[in-house]
Design a protein. Sequence first.
Length: 500
Amino acid sequence: MPLRLASRRTALFYTLLFAVGASPAAEAPKPSFKPPFACSAAVQDDWIGKENPYRPTYNVHDALNLPAWLSLSVENRVRYESLDGQFRAGAEGGDQQLPVQTCVWLEARYEGFRIGTEFLDARQSLADAGSTSLNNTHVDEADFLQIYGAWSGENVLGSGVDLEAKLGRQTLDLGSRRLVGRNVFRNTINAFTGALFRFRDHGDRWQLRLFGAQPVERLPGAAAELDRGQPHAYDEEAYRTFFSAAFFEWFDIAYGIGGELYLLHLDEQDRPEAATADRKLFTPGVRFFSKPAKGQFDFEVETVAQVGRSYSSATAARRLDHQAWFQHVQAGYTFDGPWSPRFLAQYDYASGDSNPTDGKNGRFDTLFGTRRAEFGPTGMFGAFARSNIHTPGYRLILNPRQDVAFFAGHRLLWLAEDKDQWVGSRNDRTGRSLQDRAGNSGDFLGHLVEASARWDVSSNLMLETGWAHLVKGEFAKTAPRAPLDQQDVDYFYVQSLLRF
């Protein structure tokens, strides 16, 4: 069982925070590491055809004296996670995990052509017997995350447009990553097999991406199979599921404001070996934002609609009309002073199903989005999802040194519809979530308080630790199948990332 000494964990957190922040700023190194904190060697936010600019100081490419046209990167992340208290339906006791993630990325380039592959090994140990949070978001052993071929050209035929085509298995980030994103905190990563075409104004004013693919299913998928040590199975494409996207971006409409307009389509069908929710969803959205800058306000507004048909679950027998929506609003200010403090106020609303018997499904589906940035740590915690929820919150972000980042945040959380599920409370053993179809358990889920500190020791080594505390509200305590132990929930993690 995990350690239950909250004071010991708190002491470790503040000890690390003090250690990374106490040295004078003048002595701080200037690491070259800037991408997200996981499998980052293969992530290039700029034009994909260019060489990765974030190569660490000590790297396998230089050690092996590889040619300039060949890129090779290796990463290993180890994290310890501990959970005290429970919020999942029918669960009891604490839990722990030791997820380990290893990535190897190799890409060869010749003029505008590229072929590449990324190998991912994600596994866990230490999970308690009967863990209610063990699934294939934690485990994907020894598989190919990406295998692709690509071509890119600038100012093609004098058109003033740069073009890129990428075919094969690949990962994808779109916009805010709320609907489609390459997972960072989570131990496994979403992938797709298909085609991406990118058209970009040579003057960097706009960009259009067209994408069509089949999502890749991580195997084995069930908690029981993972428990039994199921023999290794390679991931497979969901052959009766198709996902497509058209995503247009304005980099600077006016006054430093950027914008996005997009349409996503998911067509999912049952397969002989697996039932699905048979989702046929169109998801149009628009987003406007400005980037943070010292001494300035910034903002972000994203509005998303969702229409189509779906079943309420993979085992349901009745097809429902799907009508849902999502809204995100935030405003921030970055102070021009020591530690560059940034204060951020946020609000998120994701619709729920107001009436479980009316033949309609109003529960928003976040598709292939990520949620760590707004709804707390995922991993074995992941208490909140972008579905049937409305939540205001705020956070403070500090950068005591160039290589140190810290944030603390607080959110209040309610169900958008009190008769629908608390989606984040799903028990992976039973497949059930907390739900009161009569609406007699209230709608307040509670308060989420979290803090995290990260130290980029060098371009090769990063350390991070964090803590989240859920103060349970009325619904979390009284809904049917709520944990009998009504204590609040504490989640703690500490992790390291090595890059070569």
